[in-house]
Design a protein around this ligand. Structure first.
Ligand code: ATP
Ligand code: MG
Length: 396
């Protein structure tokens, strides 16, 4: 690849680099934004690597945020309060597969040497327009291949998360994995057990959001052995093959995608420690009903009342499963636009009204409201106070 003489770097980033350089600290653009710019995808969010210590960075800028000072990263806020990450050149002094202890006082090349993949270890000097690529990352970009920096087995054992990062970048960039890196990733996969569920979840979600092809990502998780450790409920290769859906869907919600491609998604996502709200969405998706029982507006109202807030997730899942658009979409929109009652709170009577009308306080009130709601969902014209109170008395 013919390296461009200059790549476009936002003025705010250049200004931070200039300030550091003028104070005598070497400063380079590094990481994913350099990689993606070289791939033709212009970037704004450049990470900076510098010889300045975190304290020196903090002293040089008025507004900073301690993003990860333990790992050498200081966030510098520009005039628009946009945060730019500035990380001190560092190397790992001790690693245990999960955490690293880092030390400063190293050169740019040493800093690049502790990065995961060659395509992520290219540096660009934003003021001089100079390139540094000690591991052949540009050549790998050109060949579209993902290759570990240095000895792949050692690199994966230092931090098992790199195995999952390899799968993610390969699927997102639509690259091949260099054979030695792939063999090492597979050999390291059992070590993934040591990772925290949160780090695995973040990688799984990022992978689902960014992959070019869902099939490719799933196949990489299967073949590497990562799925066997963390998501044994993932579709088998045959199930992936049989899926008729769109392999590059616009819809990228990781909860819905996990529900699509895993058996027992609740078990998968609770192990990955998703939030309670996300777990509740998953439970609702599994519970169903996945779609209205028929094509009438009444069927759509009944279904919306039954699934409550989960309707959009079901529609997304339906599309993902079939590759077709959700047949009830227009009807759902119409029901919503009409503002018809679908929840207890939409009823023209409250529990208090019923008690005032003589219904005994207690569980009976809730049961009567449920019955009234069912009637109103079937026929929204019944949603009138006096009529509902009269009905309530008949029901009890
Ligand atoms: P993305 O587009 O996902 O942000 P990225 O390459 O910028 O991709 P980040 O996680 O933002 O990835 O990390 C920035 C850079 O830090 C990487 O390009 C890589 O050089 C380095 N890096 C991040 N995580 C690791 C890791 N676990 N091991 C080694 N190097 C890493
Ligand atoms: Mg990044």
């Amino acid at each position: 690849m013919e390296l461009p003489l200059r790549i476009p770097i936002p003025e705010e980033v250049t200004a931070i680099a200039r300030r550091l350089e003028e104070a005598g600290h070497e400063t380079w653009c590094v990481g994913g934004a350099v990689r993606d710019t070289l791939l033709g995808d212009e970037q704004k969010d450049f990470d900076l690597a510098t010889s300045a210590t975190p304290e020196q960075v903090q002293a040089l800028f008025r507004r900073t945020v301690a993003v990860g000072v333990k790992y050498g990263t200081v966030g510098v806020l520009d005039n628009d309060r946009v945060l730019h990450e500035v990380t001190t050149f560092r190397h790992d002094v001790r690693t245990d597969g999960r955490h690293a202890e880092v030390a400063y006082g190293v050169s740019l090349d040493e800093d690049l040497a502790r990065r995961d993949f060659t395509v992520n270890a290219i540096a660009y000097h934003p003021l001089r327009g100079e390139w540094r690529d000690p591991f052949g990352g540009v050549d790998d970009l050109e060949r579209r291949r993902l290759r570990a920096v240095g000895d792949p087995s050692a690199r994966f054992r230092e931090d098992y998360l790199r195995v999952l990062r390899a799968l993610r970048f390969t699927a997102r960039l639509d690259f091949a994995i260099e054979p030695e890196t792939w063999e090492a990733a597979r050999a390291a996969a059992p070590g993934l057990e040591q990772l925290s569920a949160e780090r695995v979840r973040d990688e799984w979600f990022k992978g689902l959001r960014t992959t070019r092809s869902i099939r490719r990502l799933l196949s990489l998780w299967q073949k590497s052995g990562a799925a066997a450790v963390w998501i044994p409920q993932l579709w088998s290769a045959e199930e992936v093959e049989a899926w008729p859906g769109d392999d590059a869907p616009a819809h990228r919600d990781p909860i819905v995608l996990t529900a699509l491609c895993c058996h027992e998604p609740v078990a998968v996502l609770s192990r990955l420690r998703v939030s309670n709200a996300e777990l509740a969405r998953t439970v609702a998706l599994v519970a169903g009903p996945t779609e209205p029982a028929g094509i009438s507006t009444r069927d759509v109202r009944r279904w919306l009342a039954a699934v409550d807030g989960a309707a959009d997730d079901f529609a997304a899942l339906w599309q993902l499963r079939s590759g077709l658009s959700f047949p009830w979409a227009a009807e759902v929109a119409a029901v919503r636009a009409a503002g018809v009652p679908l929840r207890r709170g939409d009823l023209a009577v409250s529990g208090q009204d019923l008690i005032a009308a003589g219904i005994p306080a207690g569980p009976a009130v809730g049961q009567v409201l449920e019955r009234l709601l069912a009637l109103v969902v079937d026929d929204p014209t019944l949603n009138e106070r006096a009529a509902l109170v009269a009905r309530a008395k008949e029901i009890v």
